[in-house]
Write a protein that binds this ligand. Structure first.
Ligand code: SAM
Length: 494
């Protein structure tokens, strides 16, 4: 069902520009779309390989209702709505000459000798009453008027225009496309139009190949704009700096980052096994969550440390550069070391106070620091494992997490000790030919079975909570599964 909907979606996105006008009801949709395309659509040149903005010029013949006395203009617009031109990005009130203004009439009212037959009686009446003159009007359209989709439709081969690639992910000033092979020859044309039409984009890149590297980074090809992939991006109230070609970043995960961060409470301890440049760890640290953040990619580790400092979270977030397995295995010991070394962490918050000076009657402000002191707990409340391709396979590393006698004795002594919640991301891909298409419940069962196998312990399915993060492809959903690590698994002797 979901798969079918996604398939059909592509069929209905075509010419967006003209779906907004209000006179839909007059003619059938297809005729109307054709009429609007021929009247307002851009000129077409399918041989264009290098973008020629000056090619996109068009004069559209319309009629304008010109007012000798502008005081009636507002009333006319209100009363005669159905006969007025309403198109996004075209103003319907226009200057007619130096002294007077006019209102553009609906797009299909074109004939100066026969406009009355197309107008509603009330408009005809108002034209007479307000002494309005109807005149020809030429509306000049240029490159600025058309949207990315319209321009690309006018220049790409006809067999490609049903799925124009106008969507992109953005990180800082970089727009990131993932062009299918058939669009690659038109990459720079597509990139240039996207660059022109999105004021915050300064560089457009395309993934060179689809093969994921170990660190989930991709070779990039700069299609348009400046060759600079050093980006700065804001997310969850924090600033992140990184080289987009060397680390993993996906702005589409913003909601997922915030969803989990919202579940963490101040003084929780989180182990972020595949932390990247810190989109979970740094904002969590900012709300006084203690985080041990790890990434194997030396470049991610470098930017993770920079982002921790940049956001003043260095007392709450510690960075590690280990393989995920090694990190999980050693995490209880790393936390004990941290808590033994420091016992508490402090967060200094700058407080500005404004006060009235009683002598001079003037306001002055003083700066003060409010210090929050947090005792470092000795056990984890959460782990985050966002490496959806393979994170599940790391789960066996949690077997015997607290089996080390030193760790076990410390943990067992804590009266209110809680077992950690493991938040593990995964894809549960299925064949597009699978009939019937598996339901979400069926996919949950498949993931649950893998988890039980990996930790070698039965957990009731209802004790796992599943969250559909997004579909990276119609049959490749990404989930986050959260479950409490069973005590028997955590303390099992290795
Ligand atoms: C999908 S990214 C997620 C990054 C970040 N948590 C986020 O949400 O944007 C996965 C991260 O895992 C790191 N990684 C890959 N294999 C790893 C391993 N074996 N151990 C630790 N980190 C690994 C990659 O470098 C990458 O930064």
């Amino acid at each position: 069902m979901i798969r079918n909907l996604i398939g059909k979606f592509h069929l209905f996105v075509a010419p967006k520009l003209f779906l907004h006008t209000r006179n839909f009801h007059r003619i059938n949709k297809t005729d109307r779309r054709e009429f609007m395309m021929s009247k307002f659509g851009p000129p077409i040149d399918r041989s264009m390989k290098i973008l020629d903005r000056s090619f996109f010029q068009k004069d559209v013949n319309l009629l304008v209702a010109s007012f000798p006395d502008p005081k009636f203009l507002g009333q006319f617009v209100k009363t005669c709505k159905p006969d007025i031109l309403y198109l996004p990005s075209i103003k319907h009130i226009v200057p007619v000459n130096e002294n007077s203004k006019g209102v553009l009439l609906r797009e299909d009212i074109e004939d100066i000798n026969d406009y009355k037959s197309k107008l509603s009686p009330i408009t005809v009446e108002k034209i007479k009453e307000y002494n309005i003159s109807i005149q020809p009007y030429v509306l000049h359209l240029d490159y600025k008027f058309w949207k990315t989709d319209d321009i690309l439709r006018a220049v790409l081969p006809e067999d490609l225009i049903s799925e124009i690639p106008t969507g992109f992910a953005q990180a800082g000033h970089v727009a990131h496309l993932n062009l299918r092979d058939e669009f690659k020859p038109y990459g720079s044309l597509i990139g240039q139009v996207i660059l022109d039409k999105n004021s915050k984009v300064e560089t457009v890149v395309d993934k060179v190949d689809t093969i994921d590297t170990k660190f989930r980074t991709f070779k990039m090809n700069v299609l348009a704009g400046k060759d600079d992939l050093q980006v700065e991006q804001s997310e969850s109230g924090c600033r992140f700096k990184f080289d987009f070609s060397k680390v993993y970043w996906n702005s589409r995960l913003n909601t997922e980052h915030e969803r989990l961060i919202n579940q963490f409470k101040p003084r929780d301890v989180v182990g972020d096994v595949f932390a990247g440049v810190g989109p979970f760890a740094v904002p969590a640290g900012k709300k006084d969550v203690l985080v041990l953040a790890n990434d194997l990619n030396p470049e991610s580790f470098k930017y993770l440390k920079e982002n921790i400092i940049l956001n003043h979270t260095d007392s709450f977030v510690k960075a590690f550069n280990l393989d995920g397995r090694e990190f999980i295995r050693n995490s209880p010991r790393l936390l004990l070391e941290w808590s033994t070394e420091s016992k508490t962490v402090e967060r200094k918050k700058l407080i500005k106070r404004r006060k009235m000076n009683s002598d001079s009657n003037e306001k002055s402000s003083t700066k003060d620091y409010e210090v929050t002191t947090v005792n470092i707990p000795k056990y984890f409340s959460n782990y985050v494992m966002n490496l959806p391709d393979s994170a599940l396979t790391f789960l066996d590393e949690f077997v015997g997490l607290y089996s080390d006698p030193k760790v076990e004795s410390v943990i067992r002594e804590i009266p209110d000790f809680k077992l950690p919640i493991i938040n593990v991301h995964c894809f549960e891909k299925y064949s597009p030919h699978e009939e019937p298409e598996p339901s979400l419940e069926e996919l949950y069962k498949r993931i649950h079975k893998k988890i039980v196998g990996l930790i070698d312990h039965e957990i009731p399915l209802e004790k796992c909570s599943f969250h559909l993060v997004r579909r990276v492809a119609p049959t490749k959903p990404m989930f986050c599964v959260s479950f409490e690590l069973p005590e028997e698994v955590a303390f099992r002797k290795k």
